[in-house]
Design a protein around this ligand. Structure first.
Ligand code: DAH
Length: 331
């Protein structure tokens, strides 16, 4: 008679071989009864243990346990495997469920404003151009007729970076960059970020956006400038909007003016300051090599945030940068 160890060996290998052929739940149950059941093959070999030599008993007993565990775990594995492919469970997606609605993204209210404003000026013949945010002293100040000791150069009011460069404090820099590389006539707008150290509150932020406008031609007057701003106000804020120009001062324009636009806010007509403008100072034309006796120009700079806040009734500039979806979803 084969030794008990040999019998266990044979039992294990035939059991595992049969199990590998099991393809459904009922075959698996039959296998379980046949090998692991109370009258199964494993049970049948157990009584033989008492006939084993006392010296071999521990080793055979250990082997018996191992085979039992091996068959049990093979059984559980096969059961789980059959589960995984059972017909009901093969379908993991219920196609009849309504599904999760994807939130549609949208453009940021500022990006939208920039596009809309640029578009209004484009319809009046202004080409959109851009310039760098890291600027040099020449483009941010000197070429714009701001002398060495001009208070706007104060380090307290600017972000200076290495190499004598700075983050531009105004988009007027793009006037210079455009004129330096283009022959007149010119009619451009430039939208972009500008930077000024400021304590953040409802109306101040250390980074904001401006739209700059510049026209240079043989003959331009304040009337041309005012017409462009007037048309902008009407088409952007509505036919009833108005503009007014108050005398102001900017080194790069002469004469200069502050621009206000009158618009309806919560059913109340209000004048809102939108930016500055003026006729390009001859010194600026000279700095880019234009002959001021041949050419003249007008320029304006408006705050994009102001425009957006007025248009959409936003009362705190900080909301524009917090990326709170609850706020952004409203536009
Ligand atoms: N650069 C000015 C500012 O940042 C705004 C401005 C005023 C721009 C007059 C102009 C202008 O082009 O003509 O406050």
């Amino acid at each position: 008679m084969a030794t008990m160890l040999q019998q266990l060996e044979d039992l294990e290998s035939s059991a595992l071989e049969e199990l590998s052929a099991v393809a459904d739940d009922s075959a698996l149950e039959a296998w379980r009864i046949s090998y692991l059941g109370t009258k199964g093959k494993l049970r049948q070999v157990m009584p033989l243990l008492k006939d084993v030599d006392a010296a071999e008993k521990p080793a055979v007993g250990k082997r018996l346990n191992e085979v039992k565990q091996a068959l049990e775990s093979a059984f559980e594995k096969t059961k789980a495997g059959l589960r995984g492919v059972s017909d009901e469970e093969k379908i993991t997606v219920d196609l009849t469920e309504p599904g999760i609605q994807m939130g549609a993204g949208r453009r940021h209210v500022l990006s939208r404003t920039i596009d809309e404003v640029t578009e209004v000026f484009a319809r009046m013949g202004f080409t959109a151009v851009t310039g760098p945010e890291v600027e040099d002293d020449w483009h941010n100040f000197t070429a714009l007729n701001m002398p060495e000791d001009h208070p706007a150069r104060d380090p307290i009011d600017n972000y200076y970076v290495e190499g004598g460069l700075m983050l531009r404090s105004q988009t007027s820099t793009v006037q210079i960059r455009t004129m330096e590389k283009t022959e007149p006539p010119i009619k451009v707008t430039a939208v972009g970020r500008v930077y000024r150290p400021d304590t953040h509150d409802a109306t101040h932020f250390s980074m904001f956006h401006q739209i700059e406008g510049l026209a240079v031609d043989r003959h331009l007057t304040l009337v041309d400038l005012k017409t462009v701003l007037f048309e902008f106000a009407k088409s952007y804020f509505g036919a009833e909007a108005e503009i007014r120009m108050r005398p102001g001062f900017f080194p790069f324009t002469e004469p200069s003016a502050e621009v206000d636009m009158k618009m309806k806010i919560k059913d109340q007509w209000q004048w809102c300051e939108m930016g500055g403008c003026g006729m390009v100072n001859p010194n600026v034309l000279r700095s880019v090599g234009y002959d001021p006796d041949q050419w003249m120009g007008y320029a304006f700079g408006l705050g994009i945030e102001r425009i957006a806040m007025r248009k959409y009734g936003i009362s705190d500039i900080r909301w524009l940068y917090e990326n709170d979806a609850r706020f952004l979803r409203q536009f």
